[in-house]
Design a protein around this ligand. Structure first.
Ligand code: JEK
Length: 268
């Protein structure tokens, strides 16, 4: 897979040379190229920003350096066969929220280009122009405000990169993930079994794998009910076993008319 990143802070992307993604690059599974937007300016001061039309705080990225930087990345043939428009991912607080489903979608593509904005963002006409040459995807890392797109790109490249066959050493980890049931993960423990007066749950030493699976699933329900009750809305109540229901009930959720509902805390 080919990945291009355009940024005014190319050093920020140095982390992509480390760990799993760095190894995947060395192994030729990922071809990541980082481009300095300032190389595509034409004035003495290498200006990339200007004041916003209509007023307001801060500065806006000028469109022309973006067109000059992105143009050479259009339809660079990555393989034999029909030319496909590359996908241009534009990190933005106003984007669609990045999800694991999106990571899978991006991992299936041959060529991803990331446009890292700074300041108050990129002149909208540059994004419109890009739409004529790329499949444009404005994407947000989540509902909080960052100073630019670089941190979002690091997160997205890591999430996408690890889904490419051969990148993750142990593909079993990915298999387990694909079986993810929309619940949070169960807690994990390692040696020693007793640490600073804290013992691991006894069942994990029992060797009873059915019991262990049951314990872990109950922990998943408990955590999800407390930390991410929103996720329980998409759990198929019909597929829940009696032990699942017991775990959920303990966490304050009951199945009513085939739906998971929070028990009234007042208990009427
Ligand atoms: C790309 C520039 C900084 C900061 C103004 C006013 C309310 C903010 C842009 N999940 C994510 N959060 N933030 C980003 C992100 C931030 C970026 C850029 C991505 C380029 N900035 C910035 C303030 C404002 N807004 C209305 C929100 C705009 C991001 C991602 N991905």
């Amino acid at each position: 897979m080919r990945i291009d990143v355009v940024t005014i802070f190319p050093e920020y992307l140095a982390a992509l040379e480390l760990s799993l993604i760095g190894k995947a690059r060395q192994d030729g599974l990922l071809d990541v190229r980082v481009h300095d937007l300032r190389e595509y300016t034409t004035d003495r001061h290498r200006t990339v920003d200007d004041t916003p039309y209509g007023g307001g705080a801060g500065m806006v990225m000028k469109p022309e350096p973006w067109a000059l930087a992105l143009q050479p990345l259009v339809a660079e043939p990555v393989a034999a066969g029909p030319t496909v428009r590359p996908t241009l991912v534009v990190p933005s607080p106003a984007g669609e929220v990045f999800t694991q489903a999106m990571a899978h979608e991006f991992a299936s593509l041959g060529h991803l280009v990331f446009a890292c904005g700074r300041y108050e963002g990129i002149d909208e006409r540059a994004i419109e122009w890009a739409g004529e040459h790329f499949e444009v995807r404005p994407v947000s890392l989540g509902d909080y405000v960052l100073n630019g797109g670089e941190v979002a790109v690091l997160a997205m490249v890591e999430a996408v990169g690890r889904l490419i066959p051969g990148v993750v050493g142990n593909p079993e980890s990915l298999v387990e993930e694909s079986h993810a049931d929309g619940l949070l993960e169960y807690p994990v423990f390692t040696k020693p079994s007793s640490w600073r007066g804290r013992d691991i749950p006894e069942v994990l030493l029992s060797g009873n794998h059915a019991k262990i699976a049951q314990f872990r699933r109950a922990e998943q329900f408990r955590r999800t009910a407390v930390r991410r009750p929103d996720l329980l809305a998409s759990v198929d109540a019909a597929g829940l076993t009696a032990t699942d229901r017991a775990a959920l009930s303990e966490a304050g959720f009951d199945v009513v008319d085939g739906l998971l509902v929070r028990r009234d805390p007042a208990g009427s």
